[in-house]
Design a protein around this ligand. Structure first.
Ligand code: 5AD
Ligand code: FES
Length: 363
């Protein structure tokens, strides 16, 4: 049988509602620079057609590092007793929102560990930010009840980030002791049904992950038709059970971003901070060139940034809050793109069948 070219496989996955796992696995495993360059260039074309040459900014505020969860990979997991924890007050969060608005950035991302924050508190924060600054508000506070998600949506929250972490139920449950994959999916479906723009994503290089698992993740992103997909390398944290695991490989992460761009078309894909924190080098430019179109400058107050230690070596923790914006302009230019300060809402028009029918194969 004739060997299929990279080009024909790329064209195949870009059109398919259920991209072929064999093709994805093959493309994730290419080894030569030439083959990778072909995939990145295809992704670049899809990005330009899908989302143009803009890089959107999301101002990130990590408002609490308390967490009741025990994710094996995460430095914030509750078993890490050596980490000093913090929680920002209402006014501190609003001050960060003011700084984001003052820079002309259109979106704030409010992220925390699974702190169990009182739902009413988050609702008040969201509605005050909308009233005072009119920012698009993205929440990222983990698994909560549909009622809480609904309350926050009514308070004005526009978007929600909840990474699936792995679309393989067995791997998911091995990494999240006592948690159910099904619950995670339920949350994602609840969020979509409540009218949020929904973001998900995975880490690359988790112990137990194979090219087949990653291929499944990419297919899952397509089938769920997410508005946003965050992909970053796994970076082992010394105070977690996975301290001795190998870190994710940069090129595999870049291929994951590129192939996700190719199958999702116009989803928003961040060049993640983790990708900027690998061994002291910033690979976010490569991320942008591989199909990403979002960067998330950090607006957490400087004295707290270091304490939000999901993984070690996180970049820019000593920079004054918000200083990153200048770097962002540079990053975008180096990638041949330009910063767009607008809200950068989802470009997807979900037809009713997209998420629920398309995702049916995973339920
Ligand atoms: N390395 C890289 N990314 C991590 N995350 C959690 N722990 C790590 C780690 N050790 C990611 C998860 C989470 C996001 C906020 O950070 O995917 O959803
Ligand atoms: Fe809770 Fe990471 S384990 S935020």
């Amino acid at each position: 049988m004739e060997e299929r070219t990279i080009r024909s496989r790329l064209e195949g996955i870009s059109k398919a509602a259920h991209p072929d796992l064999g093709d994805l696995e093959f493309l994730l495993s290419v080894e030569t620079g030439e083959e990778k360059a072909e995939i990145f260039s295809f992704a670049d074309t899809v990005r330009r057609e899908g989302v143009g040459d803009s890089v959107f900014l999301r101002g990130l505020v990590e408002f609490s590092s308390y967490c009741s969860n025990t994710c094996l990979y995460c430095g914030l997991n509750r078993s890490n007793l050596s980490l000093e924890r913090y929680r920002l007050s209402f006014e501190e969060i609003l001050a960060s929102a003011a700084a984001i608005a003052a820079r002309g950035i259109g979106t704030i991302v409010l992220q925390s560990g699974e702190d169990g924050s009182e739902a009413g508190f988050i609702a008040r924060v969201v509605s005050e930010i909308k009233d005072r600054y009119g920012l698009a508000v993205t929440l990222s506070v983990g698994e909560r009840s549909r009622a809480d998600y609904g309350l926050w949506r009514e308070a004005g929250a526009d978007r929600y980030l909840l990474r699936i972490e792995s679309s393989d139920p067995a791997l998911y449950e091995a990494l999240h002791v006592g948690r159910r994959f099904e619950t995670r999916l339920r949350c994602l479906v609840d969020l979509r049904e409540l009218g949020y723009q929904v973001g998900s994503g995975v880490m690359v290089g988790l112990p137990g992950q194979t090219p087949r698992t990653l291929a499944g993740d990419i297919r899952f992103f397509r089938e769920m038709d997410f508005d946003m997909v965050g992909i970053g390398p796994f970076i082992p944290h010394p105070d977690t059970p996975l301290r001795d695991a190998a870190p994710g490989v940069v090129d595999t992460t870049l291929l994951m971003i590129a192939l996700t761009r190719i199958v999702t078309g116009n989803a928003h894909l961040p060049a993640t901070t983790a990708l900027g924190s690998m061994g002291g080098r910033d690979y976010r430019i490569e991320g942008l060139k591989a199909g990403a179109n979002v960067i998330m400058p950090n607006f957490t107050p400087t004295e707290r940034k270091r304490l939000y230690a999901i993984y070690p070596g996180k970049r820019c923790v000593d920079e004054p809050s918000g200083a990153c914006v200048f770097c962002m302009e540079g990053l975008a230019t180096l990638a041949g793109l330009h910063i767009d300060y607008s809200r950068g809402d989802s470009l997807k028009t979900h037809d009713a069948s997209a998420c629920l029918n398309g995702g049916a194969s995973v339920f």
